[in-house]
Design a protein around this ligand. Sequence first.
Ligand code: MV4
Length: 499
Amino acid sequence: MIKKVLVANRGEIALRVMRSCREMGISTVAVFSAADRTSQHVRYADEAYPIGPAPSNESYLKMEKILEVAKKCQADAIHPGYGFLSENALFSQRCREEGIIFIGPSPEVINTMGDKISAREKMVDSGVPVVPGTNDKLISDEQAIKVVLDIGLPVMIKASAGGGGKGMRLVKEEKEILPSLRGARSEAKAAFGNDTVYVEKFVTNPHHIEFQILADSFGHVIHLCERECSVQRRHQKIVEETPSPLLTPEIREQMGRHAVQAARSVGYEGAGTIEFLVDNDLNYYFLEMNTRLQVEHPITERVTGVDLVKEQIRIAAGEHLKIKQSDIIQQGHAIECRIYAEDPDNNFMPSPGKIRHLTEPLGLGVRVDGYVYEGYEIPIYYDPMISKLIVWGAHRNEAIEVMKRALHEYKITGIKTSIPFLERIMENTDFILGQYDTGLIENNRDTLFNIKVCNLSCQDVSIMVAYVDHLRRRDKQLEHPSTPQPSESAWKKTGRGKR
Ligand code: MV4
């Protein structure tokens, strides 16, 4: 039985987890850094304890401090949320040693999936398609060149300890192999303290499509269909939707079976995500597994009706999964927009500060998972995501209309937010047609990064250009009165000059 849960996180996800706890009659414990004394998760919890200074490596990443609080307040379990300690095998291990339930998978599974080479190996063994590439790490320069040329250019060199794009290099030409190898290794060494790298064939213009799975401790594994996460910028997801406009029912079923197979092959327990790269011919390949609850989980909840946090808690408490695969049907269409405290027209610079005014959207089909309130000061120490706007419609076009309406209602002043950028995505033709891949933002720079200094029409601009031309001609005439004017002034053509 789980009667008390410590939530080892902050922001919207801490609140999200506590809401499900409350509905289950489970009491909640918040932990907070010095920067989060006035944060919502502290107010919402039944108990709250300080765990250290603002920087996360002195607070939310301090395993022993968090375990000490959990023991002192007699929490039965710890929910890690996402980020921070959520995919830390040592933390899962330490919880086990202290007799506290870690709401997530075992340290063994986290380790296997955290190492991309061993994850690939497991998938190959269990018949889940992986991107053509090496099953072993690269050793010498000579071997690396041979392996790359065997696979055939272009390839990607990736860090085995990586994920999320760090320590990754695209290699298009033979002469780039060794410099890219060195670059990937040194980046991986700096980021993960491990310079092991491997090679995969490069998949051009891929989609990023992931499958949600749930697995109990009795070997019962189901999937809750996919999330289309191809709207990304610098490996950061911006918009997610389900169902994916790309998939057919047949491919969805096949991918779902492979996702279940992937989870089963490692003895997975809890909620997890299998990421796939999908090309335009609907070939799909296992990319990596995320052994945590994900930011974008609400769109899956919206179309399947399953509360993923409740299921995580029940599985961790040793209950049998009551949902069968045949219970899972995608109803309608859900879209999530991530709202960041960033200035989209200034290279997405973080925009921390005090929330002056806040009006959140409401109404049919709208869910906001957030944590900020009027007068709240967003700390600079953590991720700048302030909320997630999740909408539902009976079909995709309706969901887009609900999203546009909800973004229009959303008013946040005092800081810059990504809302105007999200509104432009909702107006983008490729997005509206559902014909996009991971290149969407890059391919639509002109319209998405419409950096306006002021409201000028083409007519206004032509008048300004003509007037400047007129002034230049007049000055020339004053300096050299005898010079004949070559042609009619553009100013006259606009109809503003002397006739
Ligand atoms: C790839 C790829 C193409 N081919 N692997 C980026 C993040 C990391 N998790 C894996 N990534 C990619 N791996 C092969 N063999 C293209 C990407 C990629 C990408 C993947 C998903 C979503 C957005 C992306 C943006 C750029 C590159």
